[in-house]
Design a protein around this ligand. Sequence first.
Ligand SMILES: Cc1cc2nc3c(=O)[nH]c(=O)nc-3n(C[C@H](O)[C@H](O)[C@H](O)COP(=O)(O)OP(=O)(O)OC[C@H]3O[C@@H](n4cnc5c(N)ncnc54)[C@H](O)[C@@H]3O)c2cc1C
Length: 491
Amino acid sequence: MTEVFDVAIIGAGPVGSTLATLLARAGLSTIVLERDIDVYALPRAAHFDAETARSFRDLGVWNPNTEWTISQRGMDFLSADGDLLLRMTVPDLIEGEVTSSNMFHQPSMDRALRAAAVGAGADVRTGHEVVDLNESGPEAVTLTVRGMDGDENTVTARWVVGCCGARSFARRAIGVGNEDLAFDEPWLVLDLLVDGSNPDELRTLQVCDPGRPYTVVPMPLPRRRYEFMLLPGESAEDVSDPGRIDALLAPHFPDGGCRIERAAVYTFHGLIAERWRGASNGRVLLAGDAAHQMPPFPGQGMCSGVRDAVNLAWKLRAVCAGANADLLDTYQAERSAHVRTIIEAAVGFGRVICTLDPAVASMRNEGMLAARAAGSGDTGGAPMPVLGRSDALVEGAGFVSTDGTHDGTSLDALHAGRWMIVAEPHVDVPEALAKRLDAVVVRAGVDGAARRQLRHCDSDLVIVRPDRIVFGWGGDGLNALDAFVRRYLAN
Ligand SMILES: Cc1cc2nc3c(=O)[nH]c(=O)nc-3n(C[C@H](O)[C@H](O)[C@H](O)COP(=O)(O)OP(=O)(O)OC[C@H]3O[C@@H](n4cnc5c(N)ncnc54)[C@H](O)[C@@H]3O)c2cc1C
């Protein structure tokens, strides 16, 4: 029997579950097909940033007091001798209420996200692997799905989003390759259960030891993560041997006090899918690791996937409600430029950390120590890039809206996945345009998040998209919004 849905999502990792929740909440019939029964068991994401925290808060799966997260203050790069080469410090809160750097236990988050998708009304089917994808019809895509018992049936959807991870079935099925940003380094990743407490100020440590680079990642107790680079000639089997793991950990736990919870060897890559939308009938899209992969040093892989989901959700909603489907082409245009900048930064981190030549490492250390001594060694990290250019944005906009309270309420809660126009009390907001977009209009007070938003854009009116991205501001912003409505929402 064939069932027909508005959207079928392949994969219930963090990206698929986020997208499913946003779509089902908006009333779209949404099915999620997930091969495995339980969430991914091996150690992966450990950090998410403030923008992702706002998305998770909006989905109701996280707040700063959630037991399986903990806030940290940044990252230190150390030499093999323990010299501080670079300190990146983030504030605990950025002008709002969410913590800016959060360490977490991914299986707990993944389970909460799946539960949110089910709670929102998505039909989440675990133990269902998608084994074939047929996009030959103009109006829909048909998926062949195999259950745990080996039985196959078909599911038809107007739109399919492949959130099926690094080895994406969907990407291969639509014949899309990856652009390789030339980074391939194997690392052993260990999640430990440790005795004792965490230091007062938590920081991730990147120990740039040319003898063997390693990373120490604070997590909510009792967990802590250690990651060790494999040296030339070492295989995954070599370093996974329990005796080798004990030898690697011994200097860090001379008195014992740690047990291995999970271990895996990964090769970290920098990759971007060449197309994020299928060329056949244009009804298959890619998101998350299916569309891009990066080394984990800045902790941005999953965060980037969640940004994809939030970007795509409002566009799919609009298209299912009758908007011009060309709107979906703005998805890759915006997101791939953004994630490329982050992947390049992650690869840059990787090249600094993964240096194995002692002479090169020594020169690197001298340069970094000199920069620190000259006062330029401590940073807050590079600012997030803006989204790539598209017709769904004014050039120069494309950054995240301001977080915080407005008139005693969270501005994000007022915004609630709609268009939002923030304006001075005296400024006219074109009523027909606001009505056409079902936009919430927020009048700035003397202070608070709406006031900060106007100040940030130096304008008396700011337009924010449903994905909390600033579309534009002032008269130019209103003109562009009018053009956007005529181009995409005319029906
Ligand atoms: C060591 C390491 C550390 C990391 N640290 C961080 C970090 O600190 N911060 C961060 O933001 N990111 C980090 N990442 C990256 C992060 O883990 C990934 O980007 C993220 O998990 C990807 O989510 P996803 O939903 O796109 O894919 P996945 O989580 O891989 O989910 C894909 C899902 O699709 C399912 N699936 C696959 N094929 C099919 C099919 N044919 N049919 C049905 N279902 C299918 C799979 O079973 C899986 O559940 C790290 C990664 C690694 C390896």
